[in-house]
Ligand binder design. Structure first.
Ligand code: AMP
Length: 207
């Protein structure tokens, strides 16, 4: 199953992608995770894109497309994958169509104010890449999975979130129409309890 998860930042794409990865046993490919890993490891790419991510702006299409193309050519993607955070522009979607045949696009819909509230409580563990919400954490600073130090992602700060939502509505939103026209889009209400959202996604994939 070759799957794309679309949705504004904070609609729960990453959480859903991780659950699908575990249940379907196919890799989750998150361009955001790939970029953050490069920044953490201070690779040439990481140094080049660090400021872009901190400002909530996009990494250029040519760089992003090349990274995804190489990643999808790896053997663990042969039986399918979940793309989380890619494509984000029409140019990326067209490039993807030129080298892959996607089965289904899940569009997680979220209202902007619900997203801002959700992201304000999001905490990230750089040690295990886990993402959590303060409403479900006993401690806001200790990772419940590995004991690492939880942080607020630079791009989850309210000002950056508003900028990311604006970028999303101008560049990524047109992808909804793009995949709708191809008959591949399935829209799900993401402003609900995570288990209900996930059940809906599984039901859509079974069809
Ligand atoms: P995410 O974790 O998916 O929200 O991504 C974090 C940041 O990485 C985004 O705000 C962008 O700066 C960058 N990024 C991730 N995926 C892409 C993409 N497909 N195209 C351009 N930039 C991206």
């Amino acid at each position: 199953m070759k799957l794309i998860l679309l949705g504004a930042p904070g609609t729960g794409k990453g959480t859903m992608a991780q659950r699908l990865r575990d249940d379907l046993n196919i890799p989750q490919i998150s361009t955001g995770d790939i970029f953050r890993k490069n920044i953490k490891e201070e690779t040439p790419l990481g140094l080049q894109i660090k400021d872009l991510l901190a400002r909530g702006e996009f990494v250029p299409d040519d760089i992003t497309i090349a990274i995804v193309k190489n990643r999808l050519a790896e053997s663990d993607c042969a039986n399918g994958y979940i793309l989380d955070g890619f494509p984000r522009t029409t140019a990326q979607a067209e490039a993807l169509d030129s080298f892959q045949n996607i089965d289904c696009v899940i569009n997680l819909h979220g209202e902007p104010e619900a997203i801002i509230a959700r992201l304000a409580g999001r905490r990230f563990c750089p040690a295990c890449n886990g993402t959590f919400h303060t409403s479900r954490l006993q401690s806001e600073t200790v990772c419940p999975v590995c004991g690492g130090n939880l942080i607020i992602r630079e791009d989850d700060r309210e000002e950056t979130v508003r900028k990311r939502l604006e970028v999303y509505s101008t560049t990524t939103f047109p992808l909804i129409e793009y995949y709708e026209k191809k008959g591949k889009l399935r829209t799900i209400d993401g402003d609900r309890y995570v288990d209900d959202v996930y059940d809906d996604i599984l039901a859509v994939l079974k069809k």
